[in-house]
Design a protein around this ligand. Structure first.
Ligand code: SF4
Ligand code: SF4
Length: 286
């Protein structure tokens, strides 16, 4: 089963939930934790992982052979991302804008364009007993997270329980990380900002056809509107985590919740079982 852990809003405690869920399953069989928050992966801090196996990720970008080029401008014309420009007797390539669609090299009438790899980040792996940990890390200044996320997700082993830590927001990296999941856990907080971003994240999961449930973190900090919204929308609230100084202290020290407060271990196991029941019920309906 693949469970993605997302949050429309940043700073809601998504990584706290993802790591605690994965660690609670560690003694129950094989589990994978994938950190797909590739612009700022931080699950490794909680797992104390040194990620010893690294694999660079390359994107193909065009390389122009100007001895063949006639400066016809066809490549610039077909590029939807303005990643290639032809000016007088020069072809300029802007690798950071290139989406590696291959259209320019395919359509160049002189076959003057080949492709070369450009490193945009790395996939790092570690083995932590029964848990396999895989994280993507986008190189500083690189704009495109989805190709790194795709590389991380290639490591998914369908025989294992897979937890995916998704980046905050509702943009392309979130969609790339969440799609293909059996269930999406949405971590929010009971504030107006939390509610606004939760509603956006719910829309994304509905568009993707993935059922979702909610974890409300820092219960006590705001109002009841998140709960009312979930009831109105028929979205199950699967866990509430109180506003608690000890939990905040553990988080700030990079200590997983179920390690610092072992009494939470069974709560996260139950969370997993509840998700499993929902997924099984959905599969039975299909
Ligand atoms: S399409 Fe090919 S020949 Fe035309 S400008 Fe681009 S690289 Fe040169
Ligand atoms: S590969 Fe696609 S995105 Fe990149 S420069 Fe060529 S046409 Fe543009």
């Amino acid at each position: 089963m693949i469970i993605s852990v997302a949050s429309g809003k940043g700073g809601t405690g998504k990584t706290l939930v993802a790591t605690s869920l994965a660690l609670s399953l560690k003694g129950k069989g094989k589990v994978q934790l994938l950190d797909c928050d590739v612009e700022e992966p931080n699950a490794h801090i909680f797992l104390r992982s040194t990620t010893n196996q690294n694999q660079p990720v390359f994107l193909p970008v065009p390389k122009v052979d100007e001895t063949k080029c006639t400066y016809c401008g066809k490549c610039a014309e077909v590029c939807a991302y303005n990643a290639i420009a032809v000016i007088k007797q020069k072809v300029l390539v802007f690798p950071e804008l290139c989406h590696s669609c291959g259209a320019c090299s395919y359509l160049c009438p002189e076959s003057a364009i080949s492709e070369e790899g450009r490193e945009i980040g790395v996939v790092e792996r570690d083995s932590l007993g029964n848990m396999e940990f895989i994280q993507g890390r986008l190189a500083i200044g690189e704009p495109m997270a989805p190709p790194i996320i795709r590389e991380v997700k290639k490591h998914i082993d369908p025989t294992k329980e897979v937890i995916i830590d998704v980046s905050p927001g509702t943009s392309c990296p979130v969609i790339e990380a969440v799609k293909g999941s059996d269930f999406c856990l949405l971590v929010t907080e009971p504030t107006p900002f939390g509610l606004n971003d939760l509603a956006l994240a719910v829309e994304v999961t509905r568009k993707l056809g993935i059922s979702s449930g909610v974890v409300i973190n820092r219960v006590g900090v705001g109002d009841e509107k998140v709960e009312s919204y979930c009831h109105e929308q028929g979205i199950p609230i699967l866990l509430k985590i109180p506003l608690d100084r000890d939990i905040a202290t553990l988080y700030s020290k990079g200590i997983p919740l179920i390690e610092g407060k072992p009494e939470w271990h069974n709560t996260f196991l139950k969370l997993f079982q509840d998700i499993k029941k929902i997924v099984s019920a959905n599969q039975a309906v299909e």
